[in-house]
Design a protein around this ligand. Structure first.
Ligand code: PGA
Ligand code: ZN
Length: 434
């Protein structure tokens, strides 16, 4: 029962207007499952390969028609007549057929599209919501969102070097209240920016991207917006940062350099790894920051170690570009004590089964897994269900504007409604710090 009859894929556009794939799996019974694939801008070097056509005459080389041919050709051939209920087995077949560490032969975008579409078809076959199919009876934790209301770094055209300034409404009693807290702060921030004569246009993840110069100025704006919206900063709503610092680490100098200011011709003093750690530490004493992602460059393991020694028992230290949802790297990070949380992005590793393995490994260490979107997204809300299924307690899926971000929040609101009294919202006792 529920054997794959055929698989097809369509080239669609993501939230940045760049091609991506939507893959559909159809069983012999006519049951259908589809999934669309996101795409990053500040990608980690160790991520699985995103296959692009490279034909400069079409979409500036960013087309995915070869990835589509791989789905409809070899991948379909391997999977035809196999049951969609065997997620792990089908993922393994694709991994083996690809045969490369980075999924270079068929492309991680092609393989993941099929993998996620299989899960959707399986859930539909069993007439279960996706989170229930993936997580079983224990799937009932609504995640605390990290809402990226100020965008900088590679996601915005402003002078801010840190990529994401997020609010975490962890003091809200329910997920829907957390969404309200976040939306009210977002709108308050908008009024404050307007009053200051700053731009309220938004960056890639729907957060504002005003032309402000310093990290401190951005953090001051967040604290005043949280308070002006009537919330207690730190107690009800804290701040999370994704520095994405690989984007401003100068490999030649071996220093952290404000690249955006240097590009403008300003002479900039670089910071050593130890100075960067001290700087981040200083920010956490001055502001209610309780989570820092990619505070150091993805190759600066010594710097990570130092940051963990200084702050690991006080705040959440999240590895994204450093760990790229890769079980081998997550193991190394645990052994070397460099983090206490892992950002989970399905397309960094390239199949659902490997993503689930990365989450289980992370949780087995008592670490937190934070399910995450990419800066280039679609209307697909798979990650909302995934966060509930795995009871990760945290999700990072952008700001309170743009439908590609809100699709995930809106899906979580539906799940909360469906779970009714059995829904649990992120429990700060369980999910604080480490
Ligand atoms: P990306 O950014 O999707 O552009 O990689 C998100 C992140 O760094 O967390
Ligand atoms: Zn990141």
């Amino acid at each position: 029962m529920f054997e794959i009859n055929h698989i097809f894929a369509l080239q669609i556009l993501d939230s940045r207007g760049i091609p991506t794939l939507k893959v559909t799996v159809v069983t012999d019974e006519g049951i259908v499952g589809s999934a669309s694939i996101p795409s990053g801008a500040s990608t980690g070097e160790g991520e699985a390969l995103e296959l692009r056509d490279g034909d400069l005459k079409r979409y500036k080389g960013k087309g995915v028609t070869q990835a589509i041919r791989n789905v409809e050709g070899p991948l379909q051939k391997i999977l035809k007549d196999r049951s969609v209920l065997d997620q792990e087995g089908l993922d393994r077949l694709m991994i083996e057929a690809d045969g490369t560490k980075e999924k270079k032969r068929y492309g991680a975008n092609a393989i993941l599209g099929v993998s996620l579409a299989i899960a959707r078809a399986a859930a539909a076959a069993l007439e279960l919501p996706l989170y229930r199919y993936l997580g079983g009876v224990s799937a009932r934790t609504l995640p605390c969102p990290m809402m990226n209301v100020l965008n900088g770094g590679a996601h915005a055209d402003n002078p801010l070097e840190i990529q994401e300034f997020m609010i975490r409404p962890h003091g809200a009693p329910t997920f829907s209240e957390a969404v309200r807290y976040g939306a009210e702060v977002f709108h308050t921030l908008k009024s404050i920016l307007k009053k200051k004569g700053l731009s309220t246009s938004v960056g890639d993840e729907g957060g504002f991207a005003p032309a402000i110069n310093s990290t401190e100025e951005a953090l001051d704006l967040l604290v005043s917006s949280i308070e002006a919206a009537g919330f207690r900063a730190g107690e009800q709503i804290s701040i999370a940062l994704d520095a994405a610092s690989s984007s401003y680490f100068d490999k030649k100098l071996g220093q952290y350099v404000d690249v955006k200011k240097r590009e403008k011709g300003l002479s900039i003093q670089g910071r050593t790894s130890a100075e960067e750690v001290s700087y981040l530490q200083k920010l956490t004493t001055k502001y209610p920051i309780d989570s820092i992602e990619d505070g150091l460059d993805e190759h600066d393991w010594e710097g990570w170690k130092l940051l963990y020694q200084r702050l690991g028992d006080k705040i959440q230290i999240v590895g994204d570009d450093l760990l790229v949802t890769n079980p081998t790297l997550i193991k190394r990070a645990f052994q070397e004590k460099v983090a206490n949380a892992v950002l989970i992005k399905c397309n960094q590793i390239g199949t659902l089964s490997e993503t689930l393995e990365a989450i289980r490994l992370t949780q087995s260490y008592g670490w937190k897994a934070v399910i995450s979107h990419r800066s280039g997204e679609t209307e697909d809300s798979f990650i909302a269900d995934l966060s509930v299924a795995m009871n990760t307690g945290q999700i990072k899926t952008g700001s309170l504007s743009r439908s590609d971000r809100l699709a995930k929040y809106n899906r979580l609101l539906e799940i909360e409604e469906e779970l009714g009294a059995s829904a649990v919202f992120y429990d700060s006792n369980l999910f604080s710090k480490k």
